[in-house]
Ligand binder design. Structure first.
Ligand code: HEM
Length: 242
């Protein structure tokens, strides 16, 4: 809270009108009544953003690494795709947006990982109208919780739902609103594209350098807010032969 108070004072003294980072932008934004956000609201928003972005992405990256270590045929296909991209670049050249767009198989793998091991389990919605679901009447105004698992494991939309099969995402992919690791509708995750970038860049940098071997073969997955291997997924990294 003190950081927020000090920054507000500093910005007022300097008559700053352009936000240079998230905190200063939040200090400048006004609500529909022209009021600035309170320090408590700003603090809640920043903590909310950290919770929504950090643990989810870390869980997603960990789950992908776990599958790559466990499934050599999937790892080999990802390696092939990522090596093609790596070979097309100079030694210190950074990845570009065009490179990310080429990572089609890798993204199918990441999506299949998000389907089977989703970092977020669902979210709340308030019903705007009464409706019937599975023989139950849900009245208008009730708070409901939609879950990711019931859709992701539904054999009607995902045959052999427990099988890791990235080809489900080829072509037009799953039907709308059946693959929902980032939610859906107007409150869908705003960090979705950023998360895609983080996961794919991580995959590229690990796979093009190393083969992965799990240090604990049957490591248990536990749920805090997101699923995470109980010991943090220790792996042996074997550099590729030159
Ligand atoms: C793999 C990573 C991530 C997953 C699986 C994920 C998943 C989700 C889900 C399921 C929701 C609820 C959506 C809904 O109610 O329909 C959500 C909301 C949200 N996410 Fe993410 N998220 C991820 C990464 C991120 C990142 C990187 C950021 C920010 C940089 C972020 C920021 C948010 C915010 C602010 C909300 C609340 C949106 C609102 O209520 O309007 N998320 N996320």
């Amino acid at each position: 809270m003190r950081i927020i108070t000090d920054r507000r004072k500093e910005m007022t003294e300097r008559s700053e009108t352009e936000g240079r980072d998230l905190l200063s932008k939040m200090l400048l934004v006004r609500d529909e009544n022209g009021q600035f956000l309170s320090e408590m609201e700003i603090s809640n928003n920043i903590i909310g953003l950290l919770v929504a972005s950090f643990e989810t992405t870390s869980s997603a990256v960990t789950a992908v690494m776990n599958y790559l270590a466990e499934l050599p045929h999937v790892y080999n296909e990802v390696l092939k795709e990522q090596m093609e991209i790596a070979k097309s670049k100079g030694p210190d050249e950074l990845l570009t947006w065009e490179d990310i767009e080429k990572m089609k198989y890798s993204w199918n793998v990441a999506r299949e990982s998000l389907r089977l091991t989703p970092p977020a389990q669902g979210a709340f919605r308030e019903t705007t109208t009464e409706f019937n679901y599975a023989g139950f009447t849900i009245p208008k105004g009730w708070k409901t919780f939609w879950t990711v698992h019931s859709s992701h494991k539904n054999p009607k939309y995902f045959p052999e739902p427990e099988k890791f099969d990235p080809s489900r995402f080829e072509g037009s992919g799953p039907a709308p609103y059946t693959f929902v690791p980032f939610g859906g509708g107007p409150r869908m995750c705003p960090g979705k594209e950023y998360a895609r970038l983080e996961v794919l860049v991580f995959m590229h940098n690990v796979v093009t350098r190393f083969k992965l071997e799990k240090a604990i073969p049957n490591e248990k997955i536990v749920f805090y807010a997101s699923p995470i291997p109980v010991h943090g997924l220790p792996v042996h990294l074997h550099p590729h032969q030159k």
